[in-house]
Design a protein. Structure first.
Length: 172
């Protein structure tokens, strides 16, 4: 019976639209390994080999005392957007690659007072970095740029900019 339920579950999962599958992927990984990220409820709105967009909702638990998004929640969104393409590539490779962020730089430009979207447009470079880590077996690093926007309040104008250094190492 469990084999049947696994097969049915896998078919249901595969028939979901990609953005829902990717949101489930992010939430499962975060629930199991990064509970704080799960708590802020990230949603994948777009993902491809070239870019990724993560939405963090403007919920009461994600706000600070000034009724704007708490800076740690903004950091969590940047973390997710900067690492999701690499996480998916690692998962699909079936290899044991450790992913961590070596450093983090943030420029907070405006208050985020609505659902915040985190854009990472360096997917091709991230995919190449994952492949390089697997091929060389050495630690490889790359700075990744993420831009946060609140379209409902500031349109296309950024509310924050982040640079995180993605660090990968293939564990043979």
């Amino acid at each position: 019976m469990s084999t049947l339920s696994q097969t049915v579950g896998k078919q249901l999962y595969q028939n979901l639209p990609t953005k829902y599958r990717d949101t489930i992927f992010v939430r499962m990984i975060s629930f199991m390994k990064i509970p704080m990220l799960y708590f802020v409820s990230p949603t994948v709105t777009e993902i491809s080999d070239s870019h990724c967009v993560i939405k963090i909702p403007f919920l009461k638990r994600n706000r600070n005392h000034l009724n704007s998004m708490y800076f740690a929640v903004l950091a969590a969104g940047a973390d997710c957007a900067g690492g999701l393409i690499a996480m998916k590539a690692i998962y699909q490779s079936g290899k044991d690659v450790a992913l961590i962020f070596k450093d983090f730089k943030a420029d907070f430009l405006k208050r985020a007072e609505g659902d915040t979207y985190f854009h990472c447009n360096e997917g091709a470079e991230v995919l190449a970095l994952v492949q390089k880590a697997i091929e060389t077996g050495t630690r490889v690093e790359m700075p990744v740029n993420i831009v946060a926007k609140v379209p409902s309040k500031t349109g296309d104008e950024p509310v924050a900019k982040f640079v995180v250094t993605l660090s990968l190492k293939y564990k043979k």
